[in-house]
Write a protein that binds this ligand. Structure first.
Ligand SMILES: [Zn+2]
Length: 418
């Protein structure tokens, strides 16, 4: 009788706190007690999800358990619910340390819960629960998971993202000569419309559009993205905002479709091979090359070292022109955004390539242009720049110009080298 009375008292207390009483059975067994005091500092990320996209929820942080009796806290149960219906459940192991009564144990938690794309709701929130399961242990006995006691140690709520935004490119080169300059296209989706897209640069709105629908796609007019700098695209739907940036670079374009450079602040070796040089055509060439490499070293933070080796990073020599017209060619191999294996070939029948020095008719501008390619610069449509593909004697620049220099700075961040 005494035991029955105390159960009634416990139920009354729970009701008074406004918590629905659990089944009486769970109160009268010792299983309701986890057997350890728990101090969990867990982070649930992300805090938003995108309808129609698969979702991975990460639970990370520290878990400290202080044993009230001999116990092992062996499992985490990660759950995702939409309302009361479960979307996904995942069991994850802890480090399964057996703790003796009074012992305190801290461990790092990293666990993940995947929700299939088909199970991610189109609207509404997702509730996340993190439960810890512990079991009593007795000396000499195997742990019995069936006896596990479960306690909620963390929970979270994921809201649908305002919208997802994707951009057709994250780096725009309005002066590019060799590839069609296409505007940045914004694709935005949300769980429902309207969607507002705002494009900003340096705190000023440069373009804005609104759609009543839940999906929107449009090109940002090139005229609105002419200035160099970082632009932010903000997509607002349902009271919250998603952002993505893109960059506009003026005065230069990349050598290859993706922006690529030699390793920043590195030392690059070069060698000159006189084989095939036209008679007297290479007089003074090595000293011209040194002038050019010194200037590029100052502009990029790279170091250039001359070698007499066929394994040097940049091979310089002579060859026949592939067709009538060009005076030299320069380029490099690209792999995963990193350049290597530079080649500069001067064409033996080019009078320009044979004329030493940095005067109006000297090959200095030719060497600057081709080594500009080797360092990652492509052709531009602005004839005032070194990387314009056609050289007009008496008009074209003879050395790197502001746009060319801006490109080298963006590629190499020379101020980070010492
Ligand atoms: Zn060129």
């Amino acid at each position: 009788m005494v035991a029955a009375l105390s159960i009634v008292a416990a139920l009354g207390l729970l009701v008074a706190l406004g918590i629905a009483p659990p089944a009486a059975a769970s109160l009268i067994t010792s299983r309701a007690d986890l057997g350890a005091r728990v101090d969990a500092d867990l982070r649930i990320t992300p805090t938003r999800f995108t309808p129609g996209q698969a979702l991975v929820i990460d639970v990370t942080g520290t878990l400290t358990t202080t044993a009230k009796r001999d116990v092992v806290c062996h499992s985490l149960v990660l759950g995702a619910l939409r309302g009361t219906s479960p979307l996904a459940t995942r069991y994850a192991s802890t480090d399964r340390r057996v703790q003796q009564s009074g012992e305190r144990h801290t461990q790092q938690i990293t666990a993940a819960l995947d929700i299939d794309r088909a199970d991610v709701p189109a609207s509404g929130a997702i509730s996340i629960t993190v439960d810890l399961q512990c079991s009593p242990v007795r000396p000499g006995r195997l742990m019995s998971v069936l006896d596990a006691v479960t306690q909620r140690i963390a929970s979270g709520r994921l809201l649908p993202a305002a919208g997802s935004v994707s951009l057709s490119t994250t780096h725009l080169f309005p002066d590019d000569d060799e590839r069609a300059v296409r505007p940045v296209t914004v694709s935005a989706t949300a769980s429902r419309g309207p969607i507002t897209v705002v494009v900003m640069r340096a705190g000023t709105t440069v373009w804005r559009a609104t759609s009543s629908k839940a999906a929107y796609r449009a090109a940002i007019p090139l005229a609105r993205t002419q200035r160099a700098g970082t632009y932010t695209v903000k997509v607002t739907a349902g009271g919250s905002t998603t952002r993505q940036n893109f960059r506009v670079s003026r005065g230069w374009a990349p050598l290859v479709d993706s922006v690529a450079s030699w390793p920043r602040c590195s030392t690059i070796t070069w060698t000159y091979n006189a084989q095939g040089a036209p008679g007297g055509g290479d007089t003074g060439l090595v000293s011209d090359l040194r002038v050019v490499f010194d200037r590029f070293a100052a502009l990029t933070g790279l170091r250039f070292r001359q070698e007499s080796s066929s394994t040097a990073d940049i091979q310089i020599g002579w060859g026949p022109a592939p067709f009538d017209g060009p005076d030299a060619s320069g380029g490099a191999a690209e792999r995963d955004g990193v350049l290597g294996s530079g080649i500069l070939t001067m064409y033996a029948d080019s009078a320009w390539a044979r004329t030493p020095g940095f005067g109006v008719r000297g090959r200095g501008a030719l060497l600057y242009h081709e080594i500009g390619h080797i360092l990652g610069l492509g052709h531009v449509s602005d004839e005032r720049l070194l990387m314009y593909p056609i050289h007009t004697v008496g008009q074209s620049p003879l050395t790197p110009q502001p746009g060319d220099i801006a490109g080298l700075r963006e590629l190499y961040a020379p101020s980070s080298c010492r």
